[in-house]
Design a protein around this ligand. Structure first.
Ligand code: 6R9
Length: 680
């Protein structure tokens, strides 16, 4: 029997697991899990491959790339002039071709490519759609032709703002097919976020839905697009075409000549659409992500390197094997990089079916995920630590109600996983046997950078273990950039280029160079702190910049601050991270108010707090709402006027004893007042 974490001893077990972070879980035999083989079957094999990938990148990546289909071979594997890397120089290929046509041509057109499950359960039954590679190819080709008929050309940016429906996957692949650059805006973002991204990328076409399902409610996607378009048109940035998929049948307004129903344009389009031969370094997509300053930046990924990197990392990290009855499920939204790389681009070329689920993990009940695992016989389950902490809280009975014995490999991504959550995942979901791959990577890295390999790497709860094959990771001193000895925390850097690395920031060369490569060696600097332990295992210590990682979603403190300050009541705002039981990290805001709001604050603090949260939701999206707000007379600042965030972090965390150096504080009273301020 699996031990029960909800037992009265849970408290002790938790403490114990904290103290026992040195536990090591060796890999299990592939046979024991019903897997034909491990691609990388021992630590030694991993080390050999890792060494070779760094010593002979040309030879190594040529071999991997040769497994895929090319319309023209490369002349050179890599050209590197920091910070610019060009991979597979001279080659032509198409990512959509490698995801779909390749499988159809290989005689696998009738195999399952994509399984989709909707959130609502009409009459208690799940709504499931299955696409074979041939069917998906037909749908993608139709939509690609429809896009072309509406004027989309190679190089045009197509904005996609949808829920998790199969047509979202189809839209991305169709863009890739014709060489249009997709820019997916997560469906949880506000209309203002759409405006910012459309303007920054000069996009003229938006693909959306009438509405998206979320916990039984309709998210008004088309309405948000309409108000974004209205704002855009006020500034003379008209969006020419809006394609609308019907999903919820909610009523929406209609703009004749601009709006088109998905079905109307797809049904009249041919399913014949040859894949556009793309240059290796042609952009594949933009994906906006938060940074420490200003507006989110559009990370640019290109064609060949990203394709090879996601294909290789997906296969190696998850041990994907075609024809082995695998069913791979990543619970992320395609609106984030995890969905781009590990629902679609990395999985489809590996010819393992990918499962997509539309809704929330607790809709209609808290066992929904386990119900899906059981019914679809899921073998690979990839999720975020935040989700795992929610499952723990919801109780083990939801897990016990289902047979999860199909599971082979478990994964986590997005934030550090605490050892208790790791242990629970391992015991309750993995039956104490399934390997857990804790994958560290970023929007900018395209794919996994530091991760265990399930058949090779002994795991330690809380460590993302060893650098991926092809990755030269180091921990250096932030000022000298010298390698630090094992055990010492410092700045994580990647010393050499890898195929999936970002190639730029949309429209901002300077920001690209400054943010990631601001050092004489051309090291890539991800913005995370880390340390190596005595076995060379990496322990991520969190962001070193002003980025907060909430439930695995990156949010810039500046973004939330500017959203708050744009509210009429707010004079000044400072936003810091605070510990949060489920989200890992929450958002804590300190706000000073206009005088007329200060007067009646006593009575209205709660409602003003609610209004500010609503305002942030409108400016960015629901997930950026502060968890705690404190109203203050003033904020602690240095003599040069810098807000002292470290002090605020201490107050937000509820640390009573603030022992940090406060001698530069302009006004000591400010601190005392802040500590007394009530949290709303
Ligand atoms: C894929 C993704 C990237 C940031 C990254 C780091 C944090 C991601 C992690 C992790 C510890 C892991 N992060 N995976 N921290 N362990 N396994 O999440 O991309 O949204 O760009 O976030 O997330 O801080 O810098 P992205």
């Amino acid at each position: 029997m699996t031990p029960d974490t909800n037992s009265p001893n849970q408290q002790n077990q938790n403490i114990e697991s904290f103290l026992r972070e040195d536990r090591v879980f060796p890999p299990v035999e592939a046979k024991e899990l019903g897997i034909p083989k491990w691609h990388v079957g021992s630590l030694e094999e991993y080390r050999t491959m890792h060494a070779r990938s760094l010593e002979d990148p040309d030879g190594f990546w040529s071999e991997i790339a040769s497994e895929l289909d090319w319309m023209r071979p490369w002349d050179r594997v890599l050209e590197w002039k920091a910070p610019d890397a060009r991979w597979f120089v001279g080659a032509r290929t198409n990512v959509c071709f490698n995801a779909l046509d390749r499988q159809v041509r290989g005689g696998h057109g009738a195999d399952t490519a994509l399984v989709w499950e909707g959130e609502p359960m009409p009459n208690g039954k799940p709504e499931v759609r299955r696409y074979t590679y041939q069917e998906l190819l037909d749908e993608v080709s139709r939509f690609a032709n429809a896009l072309r008929n509406l004027g989309a050309k190679k190089g045009d940016v197509v904005t996609i703002y949808m829920g998790m429906v199969p047509e979202l996957a189809i839209a991305l692949l169709a863009c890739a097919r014709i060489g249009a650059v997709h820019s997916v805006v997560f469906g949880g973002f506000s209309s203002q976020a759409i405006v910012d991204r459309v303007v920054d990328s000069s996009s003229r076409i938006i693909v959306t839905q009438d509405g998206g399902w979320r916990r039984g409610n309709v998210v008004p996607l088309k309405e948000n697009v309409d108000s974004a378009c209205a704002t855009l048109s006020d500034t003379g940035r008209d969006v020419n075409k809006v394609i609308v998929l019907r999903r919820c049948n909610n009523s929406t307004s209609w703009h004749e000549g601009r709006d088109y129903y998905w079905r109307d344009i797809v049904d009249v389009s041919s399913s014949h659409c040859p894949a556009e031969p793309m240059e290796a370094e042609d952009p594949l997509f933009l994906l906006y992500t938060s940074g420490s300053t200003g507006k989110p930046k559009g990370v640019i990924h290109t064609t060949a390197g990203y394709m090879v990197w996601t294909y290789f990392t997906a296969r190696t990290t998850f041990n994907l094997i075609p024809d082995a009855n695998q069913m791979y499920w990543c619970t992320a939204d395609i609106g984030w990089i995890t969905g781009h790389s590990y629902i679609l681009y990395g999985i489809l070329p590996n010819r393992v079916p990918t499962l997509m689920y539309e809704g929330a993990p607790d809709a209609p009940s808290e066992d929904r995920f386990w119900d899906i695992v059981e019914r679809h016989q899921v073998t690979h389950f990839y999720t975020a630590p935040t989700a795992i902490r929610s499952f723990m809280k919801w109780g083990n009975e939801h897990v016990h109600a289902h047979d999860l014995s199909s599971l082979q490999v478990l994964g986590t991504v997005g934030e550090p996983i605490n050892p208790e959550a790791w242990s629970w995942y391992h015991r309750m979901i993995g039956r104490g046997r399934c390997p857990i791959v804790d994958t560290w990577w970023q929007t900018e890295t395209g794919g996994h950078m530091i991760t265990p390999l399930p058949g090779a790497t002994p795991t330690k709860p809380g460590s993302c273990t060893l650098p991926m094959i092809g990755v030269h990771a180091a921990v250096v001193d932030a000022t000298t950039l010298e390698d630090l000895p094992k055990g010492t925390g410092g700045l994580l850097v990647i010393k050499k280029p890898w195929p999936g690395m970002l190639r730029g920031v949309q429209g901002d060369r300077d920001r690209f160079v400054r943010t990631y490569f601001d050092n004489p060696h051309g090291y890539y600097v991800p913005g995370d702190g880390a340390r190596f332990d005595e076995d060379g295992y990496v322990w991520i210590m969190g962001r070193v910049d002003d980025v907060i990682n909430v439930s695995g979603h990156r949010i810039g403190t500046m973004e939330v601050e500017s959203a708050l300050v744009s509210h009429p009541a707010v004079v000044e705002a400072a936003v810091v991270a605070m510990p949060h039981e489920i989200k890992g990290t929450g958002i804590s805001a300190f706000v000073t108010l206009e005088p007329e709001y200060v007067e009646n604050l006593g009575m209205n603090a709660k409602s003003l707090g609610a209004a500010l949260r609503q305002h942030v939701r409108g400016e960015i999206g629901s997930f950026a709402k502060p968890d705690a707000i404190r109203f203050a007379e003033s904020l602690p600042k240095t003599r040069s006027g810098k807000i002292m965030r470290r002090l605020l972090r201490d107050i937000a965390a509820g640390n009573q004893d603030i022992s940090q150096d406060t001698t530069t504080l302009e006004d000591y009273r400010v601190l005392a007042k802040l500590r007394e301020a009530e949290e709303v």
